[in-house]
Write a protein that binds this ligand. Structure first.
Ligand SMILES: *Cc1c(COP(=O)(O)O)cnc(C)c1O
Length: 417
């Protein structure tokens, strides 16, 4: 039989399913059922939430954790507790999920986009330094795909300009930079437990901090502005109900227990791909030598059509899907190209009309633009299959490359590049 790519009618390289995600063990099920039967599904400072907060903070080397209902709310409350508000600017990368920037708008401040590093895809410390203005109050580095941002140099820039640092670690549970866990470097570190993330309770998030003042403020903001030990209907701060439920926390305690082992598996699988993919035409996200543990929420590589007879990235992703490899092109454009920013679709709390700084039509981050055109992402559950199974990914890529001219013709892409 001829070795045809699956998109041209061959049989797929991968027919066995990848690990399903999310997944729950029998122990998880038993724990959740026990919480259901006990009857306390949520309460301020419930025992499962408390245990999750203490364990997650300890594992990541921070003094405190505050669990919440999403990894967006954790960012918003961190900024609010830091006193960031109208008139302030916060530096963010444009190659990230929209929450990194909308959290800034939610507190009435202005996101200022600084470009990413061309190798690691994380916020570039030099671009941060260049974006600082007298109004800059904070910076939000994102540990993109699980690769820690250069925290040494970002903290250096932040100290020089007296900026607060909120790490967006939504992709980076358990990741380590020079021996220390992400989420413990900045004034606060934000994690998401949304369904796709490496730890999940469907929705959820946690904020880490070792600052007592922030810890107290964020706990109050999460809990309708109540004071520690105060009465239930006595409110001190403009907070809201942003609590995580006991059911969710019980699930997450089980996952936290598996995080190191699952992380080791994903990391080992990522190393196989890092070594093998360049020889079949893909260039992986660079790995800074300061990274001790890549969080591996994503495996990201650069796709070059010239290595594949001019096949478009979209055609390549389709061909991979046909082989049983669930890849995606990732973020389609830098955040500032979203209608939200182009139309300035927010109210006057943020800026009055005509403020040139909100003219995001002029924002230019060439490195992020370039990666938005070139990236191919693999999701974490593929890596969770372990290093032994990465041969399927490599073989699928190699096969598409071998037959690239035929794939180009079949997809009617001839002449493009
Ligand atoms: C998922 C995510 C968040 C938070 O998202 P929620 O869905 O609100 O938990 C923040 N930043 C990044 C980069 C993310 O991927």
């Amino acid at each position: 039989m001829v070795d045809l790519p699956a998109i041209l009618g061959g049989s797929p390289v991968r027919t066995r399913p990848w690990p399903s995600w999310p997944r729950a063990t029998e122990e998880d099920e038993a724990r959740v059922v026990a919480v259901l039967r006990e009857g306390v599904w949520s309460r301020a400072d419930g025992p499962w939430v408390r245990r999750l907060e203490e364990d997650f903070a300890r594992v990541h080397g921070a003094a405190h954790g505050v669990a919440m209902m999403s990894g967006t709310v954790t960012l918003v409350l961190a900024l609010r507790a830091l006193g960031v508000g109208p008139g302030d600017e916060v530096i963010v990368p444009p190659y990230t999920f929209v929450a990194t920037a909308t959290a800034v708008l939610e507190v009435g401040a202005l996101p200022v986009f600084a470009d990413i590093h061309p190798g690691t895809l994380c916020l570039d410390p030099d671009a941060v330094a260049a974006a600082v203005s007298p109004r800059t109050r904070a910076v939000i580095p994102v540990h993109l795909g699980g690769h820690p941002a250069d925290m040494d140099r970002i903290l250096q820039v932040a100290r020089r300009h007296r900026l607060a640092v909120v790490e967006d670690a939504a992709h980076a549970h358990g990741a380590r930079w020079r021996g220390r866990s992400v989420g413990s470097f900045g004034d606060a570190g934000s994690f998401s437990f949304q369904a796709s993330k490496n730890m999940t309770s469907g929705e959820g998030g946690i904020l880490l901090t070792s600052r007592e003042d922030l810890f107290r403020a964020v706990r109050s903001l999460r809990n309708c502005g109540r004071a520690e030990g105060g009465a239930w209907y006595e409110h001190h701060l403009l907070g809201g109900n942003h609590r995580l439920t006991e059911l969710q926390a019980a699930l997450l305690v089980g996952q936290l227990g598996r995080l190191e082992e699952e992380g080791t598996r994903r990391e080992a699988a990522g190393k196989v791909l890092e070594e093998a993919l360049p020889s079949v035409g893909l260039a992986p996200q660079a790995r800074d030598p300061g990274v001790d543990r890549h969080g591996r929420h994503l495996f990201i590589a650069r796709y070059r059509p010239e290595e594949f007879a001019g096949l478009s990235r979209e055609g390549f992703v389709r061909a991979l899907a046909a082989e049983g490899i669930p890849a995606s092109p990732g973020y389609p454009y830098p955040l500032y190209r979203n209608p939200l920013f182009q139309n300035r679709a927010w109210d006057r709390r943020v800026t009055g009309p005509g403020d040139a700084r909100t003219d995001y039509g002029r924002a230019r981050c060439p490195v992020a633009e370039d990666w938005c055109r070139a990236a191919v992402w693999l999701p974490q559950q593929v890596l969770l299959a372990g290093p032994e199974e990465m041969g399927d990914v490599v073989e699928a890529v190699a096969r598409i490359r071998r037959h690239a001219p035929r794939v180009v013709r079949a997809l009617g892409e001839a002449g493009r590049s």
